[in-house]
Design a protein around this ligand. Structure first.
Ligand SMILES: NC(=O)c1ccc[n+]([C@@H]2O[C@H](COP(=O)([O-])OP(=O)(O)OC[C@H]3O[C@@H](n4cnc5c(N)ncnc54)[C@H](OP(=O)(O)O)[C@@H]3O)[C@@H](O)[C@H]2O)c1
Length: 288
């Protein structure tokens, strides 16, 4: 019988790619979407059903988890992410889910690490202590952050702004995170494992700007900005203060060269090399 796999945050950067890749497998892929309208595109994929889910609403969770075998647990970066995780794991327990795959972040195991990692570690622990077999995915920063957060200024001004200096980062393409997730969700022998996922190389933002520019056929410049300016920009976009501070701490780690760990886990789990930044830039050049 086909397994039913629930993916939460299914309209998000990683979730929608997982749903896309699951739709090519012999499974029932259930896309947990916050708003049905945003999930419309996913509905057209073969073998995919859409279910409306609000992590804070127990009734919606109960319906979304009915007959679910495995859970891909993704929560947004939010002040409520721990509470959301608790609600999801508790419902998984109640409904007899057999395997949870949690999207975490690289560095969640570091001590003392940074705030973003500590938040993820707390969520990982809740999954580990649930008694449900689990696998943890800890990806590096996403190449697709440039699409989500910098495409507007690149299109308008040919520039993007970050307080990261020339620190190198082992950015990963979210298509590779999804490929690992699909392998784990549809395969065996991954229980209890923690997978640290990175791209194949490290890149400074200056180097990424050059590669993006070559792919897009125009000049693209990276502008290093002071922390204060980055903080003010986040607060003016209504980013909650604790989240803004946690992101600044991450950017300081990037700047100090502390986000440059490279692993070969994507290749080990999927049998394929992860995308390089040059390939990402080529595939996404129209966004810029
Ligand atoms: N970005 C990075 O570089 C990076 C690196 C490592 C780890 N991570 C981790 O990746 C995770 C985020 O994944 P992502 O980037 O794929 O997500 P994302 O693109 O930020 O999307 C978040 C998703 O959560 C949904 N959502 C928000 N509130 C919800 C609620 N109350 N109930 C149900 N759904 C809700 C959103 O739907 P609506 O839009 O409809 O509200 C959206 O689909 C975070 O845990 C983050 O720490 C990120």
């Amino acid at each position: 019988m086909r397994q039913t796999i629930l993916v939460t945050a299914a309209t998000g950067t990683v979730g929608r790619e997982i749903i896309k890749q699951l739709s090519m497998q012999e499974v029932n892929a259930r896309a947990g979407v916050h708003s049905i309208i945003k999930g419309e595109n996913l509905k057209r994929l073969p073998g995919v059903e859409i279910v409306e889910i609000d992590f804070r609403d127990p009734d919606s969770l109960h319906a979304a988890f009915t007959h679910v075998d495995r859970l891909m647990l993704i929560t947004p970066l939010s002040e409520e992410q721990m509470e959301m995780t608790r609600n999801l794991v508790d419902e998984a327990k109640r409904q007899g889910v057999k395997h949870i795959v949690k999207l975490s972040a690289l560095g969640a195991g570091a001590e003392p690490g940074i705030q973003l990692g500590r938040w993820h570690r707390e969520m990982e622990r809740y999954v580990e202590e649930s008694g449900i077999p689990y696998t943890i995915l800890r990806p590096a920063g996403f190449m697709q952050n440039l699409v989500n957060h910098s495409a507007d200024t690149i299109k308008r001004e040919g520039k993007f702004y970050m307080p990261v200096g020339d620190g190198k980062v082992s950015f990963i393409d979210t298509r590779d995170i999804a490929a690992v997730a699909v392998e784990v969700l549809t395969g065996d022998n991954h229980e209890g494992n923690i997978y640290e996922l990175t791209g194949p190389e490290t890149y400074s933002h200056q180097e990424m700007a050059v590669m993006l520019g070559e792919a897009a056929g125009k000049e693209i410049t990276f502008v290093d900005v002071p922390e204060d300016a980055a903080r003010n920009a986040m607060l003016s976009r209504h980013t909650p203060e604790p989240i803004a501070d946690a992101l600044l701490e991450l950017y300081a780690a990037h700047k100090a060269g502390k986000s440059a760990k490279v692993t070969d886990t994507v290749k080990q789990v999927t049998g394929r090399e992860p995308h390089t930044f040059r390939q990402f830039a080529k595939d996404y050049h129209e966004c810029f």
